[in-house]
Design a protein around this ligand. Structure first.
Ligand code: GDP
Ligand code: IMO
Ligand code: MG
Length: 430
């Protein structure tokens, strides 16, 4: 079958961008299916590092066509900036190489102002969103009052719709949040210009991809965020407002289930999270500082989109098994194995203790994780740097044992291990 899906299995930032870049070598289309510029996907090619928020990570390969599906929320200002950044780096970005679904919803300054106002009002109970307007844009989509990319095909009429939208938002900002209103005239003009610049890129992604697959071409679906941030299956309410899981790929691209071949779950060799919410295997103090890094290395655990230090902890195999279940994973890619080098002992959370009971499965999904105490399996570490290793048999025995333990605990084969951010820093297994 011609469709492979890449999903994050944790709370995002698993290294999906680098995995999508790798797999893009063998496909014709790469399509983002959920989220917006809350995502930050890093692709390193030689001396160039690309930080992508909206454009699919496969675009760096000159032979691919990128698609942004109906499940994505698009901030046109950010998209245009990203297109310019790519062009400046020598990547061709044209309507022949990038297609935006007519049914993708747009993020406006109104949504961003509402995201800030809502987070401010939540106070201590805040979600810790990226403040990119994601929640309010999806809220309007569900309320059936959103603006869709297809509207940009008629720029002048679109400008009017924008003005009305900002005036509606201003009413809420003033009366509900006592916040400053936005300049609807200026924003309407700005968005009319964006419409002129982007209208050539609007298309029907579902039709485009289905025709391509009928012709025998291959498609890679690129998820943003991760399973535990899924609106339905994540640590609600500390989640994003979209579905980063397998069904989100089909829904967010308009594709049938019968096309799917592989569902590739990307998992970091340890666990990280940005923003608020439960995290049973979280570490603090020196152990956390060791896993996070200080920020001197490009892959240290600081957010690509917000720069916030990420919370870090031991790998949680109960949650990974859960991700395997809700996504129907056919295989795993383990990233950042190199970061564990030099640790004397490693831990993997294999169960929880709650009310004197040992739990190997989540009784009510990840939203109820708060009171759970992790039960760990301890494994020996390895001292050798593995960033230059390219063959499975050349990994230290303890590193192989760690990967095989992960595979065993979640009953999904590990097909690839990544030992650095560069294209060639991977070990294929089997
Ligand atoms: P994404 O959101 O899932 O695409 O992941 P991010 O790009 O936010 O974060 C992953 C970070 O780890 C980026 O800086 C990558 O370049 C880096 N990275 C990916 N895989 C590896 C790896 O195997 N080893 C190391 N050291 N860094 C990696
Ligand atoms: P990638 O694709 C990590 C988190 C935010 C916050 C919650 C809700 O790079 O893996 P939102 O702005 O979406 O309403 O915020 O979701 N979050 C991410 N965390 N990686 C991401 O994307 C994320 N996108 C959103 O930190 O906790
Ligand atoms: Mg990221």
């Amino acid at each position: 079958m011609p469709l492979d899906i890449v999903v994050g299995t944790q709370w995002g930032d698993e290294g999906k961008g680098r995995v999508v870049d790798l797999l893009s070598a063998g496909v014709d289309f790469v399509a983002r299916f959920n989220g917006g510029d809350n995502a930050g996907h890093t692709v390193t090619v030689g001396d160039k590092t690309f930080k992508l928020h909206l454009v699919p990570s496969g675009i760096i390969h000159p032979h691919t066509i990128g698609a942004i599906g109906n499940g994505v929320v698009v901030n046109p200002a950010i998209l245009l900036q990203e297109m310019e950044m790519l062009r400046a780096a020598g990547v061709t970005v044209s309507p022949a190489r990038l297609v935006i679904s007519h049914a993708a919803h747009l993020i406006t300054p109104g949504h961003i102002a509402l995201d800030k106002a809502l987070e401010g009002q939540r106070g201590q109970g805040k979600i810790g969103t990226t403040l990119r307007g994601i929640g309010p844009a999806y809220t309007e989509k569900v309320a059936r009052s959103g603006l869709r990319a297809g509207g940009m095909l008629q720029p002048e009429r679109f400008g009017q719709a924008m003005r009305q939208h900002i005036e509606r938002v201003n009413h809420t900002l003033r009366h509900l949040y006592q916040a400053e209103p936005l300049d609807s005239e200026r924003i309407a003009q700005e968005f009319t210009e964006y419409a002129h610049l982007l209208k050539g890129y609007i298309g029907d992604v579902s039709l485009l991809l289905t025709h391509a697959m009928n012709r025998g071409q291959r498609v890679l679906a690129e998820g943003a965020q991760g399973t535990l941030l899924d609106l339905d299956h994540g640590t609600y309410p500390f989640v994003t407002s979209s579905n980063p899981t397998t069904p989100g790929a089909l829904l967010g691209l308009g594709l049938g289930v019968n096309w799917v071949e592989r569902v590739i779950g990307v998992t970091k060799a340890f666990q990280t999270r940005v923003g608020e919410g439960p995290f049973p295997s979280e570490l603090n103090g020196d152990e956390a500082a060791r896993l996070r890094g200080t920020g001197d290395k490009p892959w240290d655990e600081f957010g690509v989109t917000t720069g916030r230090p990420r919370r870090v902890g031991w790998l949680d195999s109960v949650l990974l098994r859960y991700a395997a279940r809700v996504n129907g994973l056919t295989e795993l890619v383990v990233t950042k194995l190199d970061v564990l080098s030099g640790l004397a002992a490693l831990k993997i959370c294999v169960a929880y203790r709650a009310d004197g009971q040992e739990l190997r499965e989540l009784p009510f999904g990840p939203a109820e994780l708060g009171q759970f105490e992790p039960i760990y399996l301890e494994l020996p570490g390895w001292s050798q740097d593995v960033m230059d290793v390219r063959r499975w048999e050349d990994l230290p025995e303890q590193a192989r044992a760690y990967v095989l333990q992960v595979e065993d605990l979640c009953a999904v084969p590990v097909r690839m291990v990544s030992v650095g951010p560069e294209r060639d820093q991977v070990i294929e297994i089997g």
